[in-house]
Design a protein around this ligand. Structure first.
Ligand SMILES: Nc1ncnc2c1ncn2[C@@H]1O[C@H](COP(=O)(O)OP(=O)(O)OP(=O)(O)O)[C@@H](O)[C@H]1O
Ligand SMILES: [Mg+2]
Length: 234
């Protein structure tokens, strides 16, 4: 039996109230297993980013329940005051714009969070170099982000998201700024990470060419989330 990394039940998200009420998600139920790479698709404004941010304990849902691994983190309210800790320990975020810190070099960007979490400088450095090596970018360890290409920066951003050994990776259009070859590389890397490290990856994408590389598609449809198994028919 595959283990759930993420379980969502009866999730609702509204913004505003009265005249400004926006109903984004209305009763979403889905799971993502450890080791799965799942694409999340829907038209612009349908709530993809909002959904990722709720799973990532950044945006508070309106109601429902969320489990991350064994831990129930939300049940009509946050079940812990420590959403920051959960975020730090369990989640790796990757964004469309890579958001590397511009005044830190590559290795410093990758070691920042582990060191904030109390990992020693030496250990953080060793693991960061191993990750950069894995992503074939170790020779850029001392380079500044501004001197790297978009694809190289995105690989560093993925290395950084992994530096904390997250159980879950939430990637919001990670390939939007990349050409097709680089996009395929990034998605294949995410698949390899999912398999090798039993990480659950949800990747928002507008790029149909990426879908066959994913295990499954989650679609926001009628403000709910539906799961599509065959990624080739899209
Ligand atoms: N902080 C907020 N306050 C009010 N409305 C919001 C807020 N954040 C998002 N929304 C609304 O929620 C809906 C979903 O937005 P979201 O950014 O999740 O969409 P998306 O699917 O990620 O779109 P895109 O593909 O363009 O990135 C939109 O109608 C948006 O205007
Ligand atoms: Mg979005």
């Amino acid at each position: 039996m595959a283990e759930n990394a993420i379980r969502v039940e009866g999730l609702y998200k509204h913004f505003g109230e009265g005249d400004t009420l926006v109903r984004v998600i209305e009763g979403a139920d889905f799971q993502v297993d450890k080791g799965e790479l799942v694409a999340l698709i829907a038209p612009s404004g349908a709530g993809k980013t909002t959904l990722l941010m709720m799973i990532g304990c950044v945006e508070e849902p309106t109601s429902g329940a969320i489990w991350l691994g064994e831990e129930k983190v939300y049940d009509n309210k946050w079940l812990t005051k420590e959403t920051r800790r959960i975020r730090r320990e369990k989640i790796g975020f990757i964004f469309q714009a890579h958001y590397l810190i511009p005044f830190l070099n590559v290795i410093e960007n990758v070691t920042l969070v582990p060191q904030t979490n109390g990992v020693s400088e030496e250990e953080a450095h060793k693991e960061a170099m191993a990750l950069l090596d894995y992503f074939d970018i170790a020779d850029k360890a001392k380079s500044m982000p501004s001197s790297l290409s978009g694809g190289q920066n995105q690989r560093v951003a993925i290395a950084r998201a992994l530096a904390n050994k997250p159980e879950i990776i939430l990637a919001d259009e990670p390939t939007a700024a990349l050409d097709i070859k680089r996009s395929v590389d990034v998605v294949k890397m995410l698949k390899k990470i999912a398999l090798d490290q039993k990480v659950a990856v949800i990747m928002v994408t507008h790029d149909e060419a990426m879908l066959p590389l994913c295990d499954r598609i989650l679609k926001i449809e009628n403000k709910k989330v539906v799961s599509v198994k065959d990624t080739k028919i899209m």
